[in-house]
Design a protein around this ligand. Structure first.
Ligand code: HEC
Ligand code: HEC
Length: 271
């Protein structure tokens, strides 16, 4: 499993092509095992960036395409995604169908390429075809019960977090830490909230195993983060805590944890 594609971006077209054929097949099997996200068809509306496309980009593209990435685009922002929409469509739709010669996205051999579904590729295609609308951010709802938060959080988890932490919450050895029965998660709720707010890069030990990778920062609202984490805390054998949007709001004003944030230089052991 590649952990860092940027050190290994040489491409060998032929091998990739073969791999892709296998992956396309694998991923559609995988897709059918997943619960379907809300689609353009089921709502009878053109897909919009904020409602339908951004969650796909957060889960399936952001590990490589993010603010920190120097060589590739970051589409966690609408203007950039809109400007690059045709190339996004080609790489996500036409390349997979073999009608565009450039490399399919998400890049072969990545966990994201196994996690993306046919339905998600179709949403991206329809979004571009319908004029790549931005849509609106849903207004923050009235306070919700814990059960409602868990349900909303489950959807977010499935479309975003599961691409890396896996639908079972078990993560992937050496690449993505587990959220299932995670001692790290259960030990400190504020730390977990800050990680979802700020992203995280560096070493960390979860259930006795070392990880050293990076989680991007996502453009999620306070409600979204509260719901996703409440779902996680109430699933996979975790402690059952509830996270409130007010807690997320407050922690946004606090400095990220020392070893946590992306971009803040880490002290070398020789300093
Ligand atoms: C595992 C890393 C990785 C993932 C995940 C990934 N990409 Fe990429 N992407 C790359 C790299 C590396 C390049 C540059 C190489 C190239 O152009 O083929 C690239 C290039 C692209 C380009 C060309 C950019 C341009 O306009 O020149 C598009 C479009 C693209 N990716 C779309 C996506 C989308 C959409 C997703 C998510 C559904 C995604 N990628 C997921 C690594 C990744
Ligand atoms: C693109 C991949 C990716 C996505 C998507 C992602 N994470 Fe992570 N996450 C990581 C990585 C990698 C780490 C470890 C970062 C490090 O090494 O510093 C991590 C660490 C964590 C941790 C702390 C470690 C642990 O296992 O307890 C929590 C909590 C967490 N993520 C929650 C979430 C939640 C909630 C979501 C969805 C909103 C999410 N993550 C989405 C990759 C991802």
């Amino acid at each position: 499993m590649h952990t860092c594609i940027f050190h290994n971006s040489k491409r060998s077209g032929l091998i990739r092509a073969c791999l892709l054929a296998t992956l396309a097949c694998l991923s559609s099997t995988w897709a059918s095992a997943q619960s379907a996200p809300a689609t353009a068809e089921s709502t009878n509306q053109a897909p919009t960036y904020l409602r339908d496309v951004l969650p796909i980009i957060m889960g399936k593209c952001s590990r490589c395409h993010n603010e920190q990435a120097r060589f590739v685009y970051n589409w966690l922002d609408y203007r950039t995604a809109y400007a690059d929409r045709w190339e996004i469509r080609r790489r996500l739709w036409d390349s997979w169908k073999g009608t565009y010669y450039k490399e399919s996205m998400p890049i072969a051999n990545s966990p994201e390429s196994l996690a993306i579904t046919d339905e998600e590729r179709l949403i991206i295609r329809n979004w571009v075809a319908a004029g790549a609308l931005r849509g609106v951010t849903p207004p923050p709802g009235a306070p919700k019960s814990k059960a409602e938060k868990i349900e909303l959080g489950r959807r977010l988890f499935t479309s975003i977090c599961a691409a890396c932490h896996q639908p079972t919450g078990q993560g992937l050895p050496n690449v993505f830490p587990p959220l299932a029965s995670s001692d790290f998660l259960n030990a400190d709720k504020n730390r977990a909230i800050k990680i979802v707010i700020n992203g995280r890069q560096g070493e960390l030990i979860v259930n006795g195993r070392k990880f050293n990778n990076s989680m991007p920062q996502f453009p999620l609202s306070d409600d979204d983060i509260a719901n996703a984490l409440t779902f996680v805390y109430n699933s996979f054998g975790n402690s059952g805590l509830e996270v409130k949007p007010e807690e997320v709001k407050f922690l946004r004003t606090q400095p990220p944890d020392p070893e946590g944030p992306r971009g803040i230089p880490q002290k070398s052991p020789y300093e």
